[in-house]
Design a protein around this ligand. Structure first.
Ligand SMILES: [Zn+2]
Ligand SMILES: [Zn+2]
Length: 165
């Protein structure tokens, strides 16, 4: 979390601390996960049953517009859903399994390097970078290999061997 916490972050953006803003930012920080609006709404209701859906969605939009919260589509692996996470985390890429929907975060120097290269090469001042990779996690790779095998597909290596014979 940024020094000074949630209240300071809101103040930097010229926003007052309200109960719903505080609840949503706390939920996003504490979960550390990528939650969709409906999930966030349900969690927020547990903290304050008076909150309604419109307020939660409107607050989320405000936090997004003021750059405190990031909106992600995570390779659209579940259709049109959007996911939210706090921007107070260190910059990272999202790596999404297209089969089971598992989301990993990749932190590291390549991202910082890419930002610097974009700034140097294009003379841009980069304020936000969103990097996503889609593929299959190690579990799903194994499952897919079994499925393809059972379906009778020849692996490329086997196919080329057959051609040589
Ligand atoms: Zn997977
Ligand atoms: Zn993330």
């Amino acid at each position: 979390m940024r020094p000074g916490g949630i209240e300071a972050s809101l103040r930097e953006q010229g926003l007052r601390m309200t109960r719903q803003r505080k609840i949503l930012l706390e939920l996003l920080e504490q979960s550390g996960a990528h939650l969709d609006a409906d999930h966030l709404y349900r969690l927020a209701r547990e903290r304050d049953p008076r909150l309604n859906r419109v307020t939660v969605y409107r607050t989320l939009k405000l936090l997004k517009d003021s750059g405190l919260v990031d909106e992600l589509d995570l390779m659209h692996h579940k259709g049109e859903a959007h996911y939210y996470e706090t921007r107070m985390k260190q910059e990272h890429a999202h790596v999404v399994c297209l089969r089971c929907g598992r989301v990993e975060e990749f932190y590291g120097d390549p991202l910082r390097r890419m930002r610097r290269q974009i700034e140097n090469h294009l003379g841009f001042q980069v304020v936000v970078v969103r990097t996503e990779a889609g593929g299959y996690c190690s579990h799903c790779r194994a499952v897919r290999a079994r499925e393809l095998d059972q379906a009778g597909y020849a692996a490329p290596a086997r196919g080329s061997r057959r051609r040589k014979q």
